[in-house]
Design a protein around this ligand. Structure first.
Ligand code: GRF
Length: 207
């Protein structure tokens, strides 16, 4: 069985693009849907370019239960098996996490559990890494549960922090690694899912 993935993205969607570029017709998984919370998300034009349906689900000022129901209906309509968060800045409704337990992945631009948690996103992560004096950072793919950035880690890859470094330069270095790591981690997870096995983390770090 081929795994049907929905990507959730709020921003430019370069990780979404990396996933689109990596999927193969004969592979274990394919992207069948883009979900975004913003009309102006750059990810939308990438979806259009790849003939992937893009749906905006607004969350701001709306009842969380209604958003959850709308999201679940959409995922059902597209027979989605796996959710891939790629720069999605809103909290995934609890009902969706419950329905898709063990089937939601995220990519974070640091070596979790360090530099994660509520409020740790975008340049804030890279600024915090540099200010801490850490000599390395990296990217982490992890399962998503109810807590921010706390679910089991699937794969990580290291990136050096250079002196002198800027948050922007570090972000670009990490992003390059994200674009390789996320599709590889999805391959790994979907190989198991497609074979009817429960996915396990990549125990050794992907080099
Ligand atoms: C990435 O750094 C990712 O780790 C984080 O959000 C950023 C999204 O970038 N969760 P992009 O929209 O994929 O370019």
């Amino acid at each position: 069985m081929k795994v049907r993935a929905a990507v959730f993205a709020s921003g430019g969607g370069s990780n979404f693009q990396a996933l689109l570029d990596h999927q193969r017709p004969e592979g274990d998984w394919g992207v069948v849907l883009l979900v975004t919370d913003r009309d102006d998300a750059g990810a939308i034009s990438r979806a259009v370019g790849a003939s992937v349906p893009a749906v905006v689900i607004r969350t701001t000022g709306r009842d969380a239960a209604v958003v959850a129901l709308e999201t679940l209906h959409l995922l059902e309509r597209y027979r989605v098996d796996l959710i891939l968060l790629a720069g999605y800045l809103k909290l995934i409704p609890r009902e969706v996490i419950t329905r898709y337990r063990g089937r939601v992945l995220n990519i974070h631009p640091a070596l979790l559990p360090a530099f994660g948690g509520k409020g740790m996103y975008g340049m804030r992560v890279h600024t915090a890494v540099i200010e801490s004096g850490a000599q390395e950072s990296g990217a982490t793919v992890h399962f998503v549960d109810e807590e921010y950035d706390r679910g089991p880690i699937v794969a990580q890859r290291r990136v050096p922090v250079l002196a002198p470094d800027t948050p922007q330069a570090l972000a670009a270095r990490v992003l390059e690694v994200e674009h390789e790591l996320y599709p590889q981690a999805v391959d790994h997870i979907c190989e198991a899912l497609a074979a009817g096995r429960e996915p396990t983390p990549i125990t050794e770090k992907i080099k």
